[in-house]
Design a binder for this molecule. Structure first.
Ligand SMILES: Cc1cc2nc3c(=O)[nH]c(=O)nc-3n(C[C@H](O)[C@H](O)[C@H](O)COP(=O)(O)OP(=O)(O)OC[C@H]3O[C@@H](n4cnc5c(N)ncnc54)[C@H](O)[C@@H]3O)c2cc1C
Length: 585
């Protein structure tokens, strides 16, 4: 089997992976592997913007930003990490600008900023304009800029290589097994440092804003290697997905003045969040929409959605500030948003949980936080944790840029000081993967992928979405356990070597059932309501028992073990405002 060596291997070419690569390039030999062309990574779909207390539009401060992030997280975020992120944000934006990101501007030439849900001034007093943007294509322009910079700095790219497993030796990560999609050949990549930036995992739900590639491979591989996942129960549903399709209508549409209305034309958010109304955090708006539908006040003949009304904005403003949204609404639903409200419903959007890391991206291998040498993670696959139980809009792009860079810097330090020669490669993982592929393709019986994946997506949508309860979650765990067994015995019908997407989807599905079970088990265990995790049977937050992170491990045979980890309340503890209290907007 072909073995390729690079000092550093980064898996994933979204903004987190590329930001780290730019940091390492020029200092060490770095390669980025991606199962997609880098510019197709989901980061390119980010619309609304990236937060930073620049104060270009009005007075703002990183401390207010940190306050909002911690409050938005329903106090589950690690406060030290939040302060690191919010303090670094203004620098990170200026740096992006200098790298070439064409941000939208105010008349006087400074970077423009817009309001976004949950971002306030003066510790919750009023909405603040904190989100920097480039029309509604912010992720797209950032991704292009960082890709150009990576090429300029000589990063090696392996496009359309799907990573299947990690190589470990002497307790450290020192390589990966990947399949070259074009040829079907397995390859080994040997390295001194490996970083995962494999993105989110919304594809386990039926209605999602996520790209097809967001199948949580990084999480599945971590679980398979005995590593934990943190806070998997916290999955954010964005309030405004296009009706029936889930395609995202950015929160910026409400930031620019859009209003949510029920079937009777009422601005219902006035009832649920009287002060910040349509710009309340996403978990609150999504629950409010479901509440309206439950009470029979939904829109349309089925009364199963609500309406996003942009008709109060001028046509020129929609075209200038929200051009993508205008074309999505026209193309997919035949609605011109300047003339008619857009039918919307909550859509599975963002995963707060992931592979636990510290604020330098180092992966924790156990519930005590002991690091796995040679292994880093950043971006949506990681849980630092800065978003806690609920992420504020425009804080993810910031997380990618800040913690992608910090992971890159930490890798440089590690390579400079600690690790001089690569640990010899153990080829066992590659042999196991080769055998697994032969079994998948060689089986006589066995089911196809599609029905198993569809069942999983239905279970997650029905039982593990916005509202949850004991019975539904127990049923979900039971059903997913059965799906794990069926996924294990899957059959790949396509025998070809080149571009065998059926084989790749089979492996993705095996990851999906495992991390989905971690989501369902953590949701069942957490007997309280916090952030995006809302339990009908435990309706209030229980700080005494649950101001704790969830940690999950995958056992042999597919069982999930669940335990708790302490929340880091250090640094910020001096401020009275950071002490958990009722979250009212
Ligand atoms: C529609 C949409 C709009 C959004 N808008 C905003 C916004 O306005 N502001 C904001 O802050 N956040 C937004 N978010 C969230 C944010 O965009 C994501 O959290 C973020 O882009 C994730 O970036 P990432 O670098 O972690 O991963 P991604 O950009 O998802 O990239 C993942 C990479 O990993 C690679 N990969 C995955 N598995 C494998 C494998 N097995 N082998 C090899 N490569 C692999 C993929 O090829 C890809 O390159 C939005 C999300 C969505 C879905």
């Amino acid at each position: 089997m072909q073995v390729v060596y690079h000092d550093v291997i980064i898996v994933g070419s979204g903004l987190a992976g590329l930001r780290a690569a730019v940091e390492v390039a020029g200092k060490h030999d770095v390669a980025v592997l991606s199962k997609l062309h880098p510019l197709r990574s989901h980061s390119g779909a980010a619309q609304g913007g990236i937060s930073a207390a620049l104060g270009n539009a009005e007075k703002d401060s990183p401390e207010w930003h940190a306050y909002d992030t911690i409050k938005g997280s329903d106090y589950l975020a690690d406060q030290y990490a939040v302060e690191v992120m919010c303090n670094d944000a203004p620098r990170a934006i200026i740096e992006l600008e200098h790298l070439g990101v064409p941000f939208s501007r105010f008349e006087d030439g400074r970077i423009a900023q817009r309001p976004f849900g949950g971002h306030t001034s003066n510790f919750g007093k009023a909405p603040v304009r904190r989100t920097c943007y480039a029309a509604d294509r912010t992720g797209h322009v950032c991704l292009h800029t960082l890709y150009e910079q990576s090429l300029r700095k000589g990063v090696s790219f392996y496009d359309e290589y799907q990573v299947l497993d990690l190589c470990m030796a002497e307790g450290a990560v020192n390589g990966i097994v990947a399949i070259e999609i074009k040829t079907g050949q397995l390859m080994l990549f040997h390295a001194r440092a490996v970083m995962f930036a494999t993105g989110g995992y919304g594809k386990a739900w039926r209605t999602t804003s996520n790209a097809f590639a967001n199948t949580g491979d990084g999480l599945g591989i971590a679980l398979n290697n005995g590593m934990p996942l943190e806070d998997m129960e916290f999955v954010q549903f964005h309030p405004t997905g296009l009706y029936r399709l889930g395609i995202l209508i950015t929160e910026a549409a409400r930031g620019e003045g859009g209003i949510l209305r029920n079937g009777q034309g009422e601005r219902f958010m006035e009832r649920y969040a009287p002060s910040i109304k349509d710009l309340a955090p996403r978990d609150i708006v999504s629950r409010s929409i479901y509440e309206e539908i439950r009470q029979g006040r939904g829109a349309g003949p089925m009364k199963d959605h609500v309406l996003l009304d942009l008709t109060g904005l001028s046509k020129e403003k929609i075209v200038e500030k929200l051009p993508e949204i205008e074309s999505f609404a026209k193309i997919y639903l035949g609605v011109d948003p300047a003339e008619k409200p857009i039918p919307v419903q909550p859509t599975c959007h963002y995963a707060m949980g992931g592979i636990p890391t510290d604020a330098n991206g180092r992966v924790s291998g156990d519930a005590e936080g002991r690091e796995v040498p040679g292994f880093w993670a950043a971006g949506e696959v990681a849980c630092v944790s800065v978003h806690g139980a609920n992420r504020l809009g425009s804080n993810s792009l910031l997380d990618l840029i800040v913690f992608g860079r910090r992971a890159g810097k930490d890798i440089n330090r590690y390579l400079d000081r600690i690790c001089l020669t690569p640990i010899p490669l153990d080829t066992g993982a590659a042999a196991r993967m080769s055998e697994k592929i032969a079994v998948l393709k060689g089986r006589d019986g066995g089911e196809a992928i599609t029905p198993i994946r569809a069942e999983l997506q239905n279970v997650m949508m029905e039982n593990v979405s916005v509202f949850r309860h004991e019975q539904g979650l127990s049923e979900a765990v039971e059903k997913i356990t059965a799906l794990q067994k069926r996924a294990e015995a899957i059959r790949v019908f396509d025998q070809s070597e080149k571009f065998n997407t059926e084989l790749l989807e089979a492996i993705e599905l095996q990851h999906m059932v495992n991390y989905s079970k971690a989501v369902a088990v953590s949701a069942l265990e957490r007997r309280e309501t916090r952030g995006a995790h809302s339990r009908d049977d435990y309706q209030s937050r229980d700080d005494a028992s649950w101001l704790k992170h969830s940690i999950c491990f995958l056992e042999e045979g597919g069982a999930i073990t669940h335990m708790q980890k302490t929340v880091d309340l250090s640094l910020a503890s001096s401020r009275a405002e950071f002490v958990p209290k009722e979250r009212k907007y």
